[in-house]
Design a protein around this ligand. Sequence first.
Ligand code: PPS
Ligand code: MG
Ligand code: MG
Ligand code: MG
Length: 381
Amino acid sequence: MEDGNYSKELDVAVRVVHMASSLCQRVQKGLVSTDSAQVKSKEDDSLVTIADYSVQATVSWMLSESFGSQNVSIVAEEDVKTLSKADSAGLLAAVVDTVNKSLAEAPKYGLKSPTKALGTSLIIEAISRCNSVGGAQGRYWVLDPVDGTLGFVRGDQYAVALALIEDGKVVFGVLGCPNYPMKKELLNYRYQYHKTTSKLSPPSMNGWERGCVMYAVKGSGEAWMQPLVGGENKFQWPNSATLIRVSAIDNPALATSCEPVEKANSNHSFTAGLAYSVGLRKKPLRVHSMVKYAAIARGDAEIFMKFASSGYKEKIWDHAAGVIIVEEAGGVVTDAGGHQLDFSKGLYLEGLDRGIVACSGPTLHEKIINAVYASWDSSNL
Ligand SMILES: Nc1ncnc2c1ncn2[C@@H]1O[C@H](COP(=O)(O)OS(=O)(=O)O)[C@@H](OP(=O)(O)O)[C@H]1O
Ligand SMILES: [Mg+2]
Ligand SMILES: [Mg+2]
Ligand SMILES: [Mg+2]
């Protein structure tokens, strides 16, 4: 894997995202979404689960072990505010157990386990150590431990997203998509929700390989995908990776667009109007998480549009890994004004103009940017 001076970081990042993705699959299978020892609401009313905290602790601990805690700065979505509350004691215990089970499997991914199980304080410390504020200088990791937590709780699509930013630019991104099938299938993969046990279990689709890890290094012109290491299989590198490329479709009538599931997260009627005006004819795919970027990078979709409410500020962890993978797979990602997304301004994509438009190529991208320009004023957004 030829790349600048990030090969060791990328190697560890891919391995730890595989490990974290398997952790999520295990948690998702046993998830009882009404059980507050597994799923909590944070102060902003968004959801957080055992998996979000466990992945953040696992990734944070492994990066510090691999590179020395003094050399590792991490921007990440979660903090320990909710987890430290008295009524989160059950959740915290479940996180400690989940993290130690995952770390015990580290050798399967070519990584080192801790000499003994981590105690609660070390796990709290690993999560809270992810307190970098990002910015235009220096090197820091960007982690969304579970992107699309809502999708995760629903047994639907979600992602584990890890990227490295240096001097304000994303230098590589790794995206674990545990529920995304290896074969070219629709993205509406869902676990079945059993009302009686209120448990989630994967549909009985024999031999239907699901789960992949994508990664790309800035300027390489390549994006790669590995099947998720599952069961007793040992992780191998790099021979299990295949090159992925965006779709060559640039005819709007044949193009597939995707967008967030929740209309609170993106204005569906505005994107429907844009779709019609540029001549899209297929029903949009509504998909949780950065799996939407993964779908474009892999050629399963050609367009991803997101127009959040005007007051909302996009976080860098919701986009860093997905953007670099689409760009290196041959796609284009800008804001609605056609400007590059700016990852150098701290935790948010400051200065983002109206929304995000990611396309498989410049022809579709230009049509959509022009359609936004033509219809924005009359859209009273
Ligand atoms: N109001 C609002 N507007 C826009 N975006 C928001 C909003 N609230 C949350 N978020 C962020 O969206 C992330 C999930 O994006 P998705 O594309 O998965 O959304 S959706 O669930 O499919 O609607 C989700 O990421 P996770 O928290 O990691 O799941 C949030 O960071
Ligand atoms: Mg969240
Ligand atoms: Mg997210
Ligand atoms: Mg998240």
